[in-house]
Design a protein around this ligand. Structure first.
Ligand code: NDP
Ligand code: KAL
Length: 257
C-alpha cells in the first residue's frame, strides 16, 4: 500500500485528537504517499493536530481553520488551499455535531434548532465543501465522508444524528451524480462504534460496542486504522469504478437481523 496515493494532495477535515477517525485516515493516507492538508475548527484541535503531526513526523502541506457552520469560512479555507497548494485530488469529510442533550431520550423531543444544527453541521457541510473543493479538483478526485448505521435503522440515543446521517447518505448519492461528469467520485464509510471525543459522554456507547463483540460476524470492534484503510481505498485508483456508495466497516454487523 506504499504508493497508492503517491503525490496526491488530499484535504482532511476533522482531527480533534489521536482517537479521531480523521487521524486514522491521516496515518493510512500518509503511509500511502499522500500530501496532506488539514482543516480544524477549534484552537484546541489545532494544538492537538500540530503535536500529533510532530510526534508522528508527518509534514502537513498546509493547515487552515474551517468552521463548516459558515459559508465564508469554507470559501476562505478552500481559497487558501488553492493559493498554497493549487490542485487537490481528495477531501475527507469527518465532521458531525448535534446537541448532547438531544442524543438521548425520545427523538420526538428534538427541537427545531437542534434539528437544523445537526443537519447543518453533519449533512449540509458535505454539500458546501463539495462545491468549494470541486473548483480545485481539476484533475478529477475523490470525496469521502463518515457515516453510521443509525442512518438506516433506529438505534437508541442516536436520534437526530441518525436523521442527519440519512440526509448525508442521500447527499452522497446526489453529489455523486453531479460530480461524476468532472471525474470526481463521492462515497461514504459507515464505521462501527469507535471511542472518540464525539462518543465521549453520550449515552449507550459501551453497550453498542458490546453488541458488536457479541453479534457481528467478526465478533470484534473496528478501529480508526481500519476506517483509515477503507478511506484510502476510496481515495485511490483501486476504487475508480465506485461512486455514490456507502461501505460498511463494522465487522459485518449491519447484515445481522
Ligand atoms: P471526533 O470528535 O474525533 O471528531 C469530530 C470532529 O468534528 C472534530 O474534529 C470537530 O472539530 C469536528 N466539527 C464539529 N463541528 C464542526 C464545525 N462546525 N466545523 C468544522 N468541524 C467541526 O469524532 P469522530 O472521529 O468519531 O467523528 C468523525 C466522523 O465520524 C463524524 O462524522 C462521526 O459522525 C463519524 N462516525 C463516528 C463513529 C464513532 O463511533 N466514533 C461511527 C461512525 C461514524 P472541533 O473539535 O475542532 O470542533
Ligand atoms: C448510538 C450511539 C451512541 C451515541 C449517541 C450519539 C452520538 C452522536 C455523535 C455526535 C457527533 C456527537 C456529538 O455531537 C457530541 C457533542 O454534542 C459534544 N462533544 C463535543 O463537542 C466534542 C468536544 C467535539 C470534539 O465533538 C464534535 N462532534 O464536535 C452512536 C455510537 C455507537 C457511534 C458514534 C459515536 C457515532 C457518531 O456519529 O459519532
Amino acid at each position: 500500500m506504499s504508493n497508492l496515493v503517491e503525490g496526491k494532495n488530499i484535504v482532511i477535515m476533522g482531527v480533534a485528537s489521536e482517537r479521531s477517525i480523521a487521524w486514522g485516515v491521516t496515518t493510512s493516507l500518509h503511509k500511502a504517499g499522500a500530501n496532506l492538508i488539514f482543516t480544524y475548527r477549534q484552537d484546541r484541535s489545532y494544538g492537538k493536530l500540530t503535536k500529533l503531526l510532530e510526534k508522528h513526523k508527518i509534514e502537513a502541506k498546509w493547515i487552515v481553520e474551517c468552521d463548516v457552520a459558515s459559508d465564508e469560512s469554507i470559501t476562505n479555507a478552500f481559497a487558501t488551499i488553492k493559493d498554497k497548494v493549487g490542485v487537490i485530488h481528495g477531501v475527507v469529510h469527518s465532521v458531525a455535531f448535534a446537541n448532547r442533550d438531544e442524543l438521548k431520550g425520545e427523538y420526538a423531543n428534538t427541537s427545531r434548532e437542534g434539528f437544523l444544527l445537526a443537519h447543518e453541521i453533519s449533512a449540509f457541510s458535505l454539500v458546501a465543501v463539495t462545491k468549494a473543493a470541486k473548483e480545485l479538483m481539476t484533475e478529477g478526485g475523490s470525496i469521502v465522508t463518515q457515516t453510521y448505521l443509525g442512518a438506516e435503522k433506529v438505534i437508541q440515543n442516536y436520534n437526530i444524528m441518525g436523521v442527519a446521517k440519512a440526509s448525508l447518505e442521500a447527499s452522497v448519492r446526489y453529489l455523486a451524480e453531479d460530480m461524476g461528469k468532472y471525474d470526481i467520485r463521492v462515497n461514504a464509510v459507515s464505521a462501527g462504534p469507535i471511542r472518540t471525543l464525539s462518543a465521549k459522554g453520550v449515552s449507550g456507547f459501551n453497550e453498542k460496542q458490546g453488541l458488536i463483540e457479541e453479534k457481528a460476524p467478526l465478533r470484534r470492534n473496528v478501529d480508526q486504522d481500519q476506517v483509515g484503510d477503507a478511506t484510502l481505498f476510496f481515495m485511490s485508483e483501486l476504487s475508480r469504478g465506485v461512486t455514490g456508495e456507502v461501505l460498511h466497516v463494522d465487522s459485518g454487523y449491519h447484515i445481522i437481523g
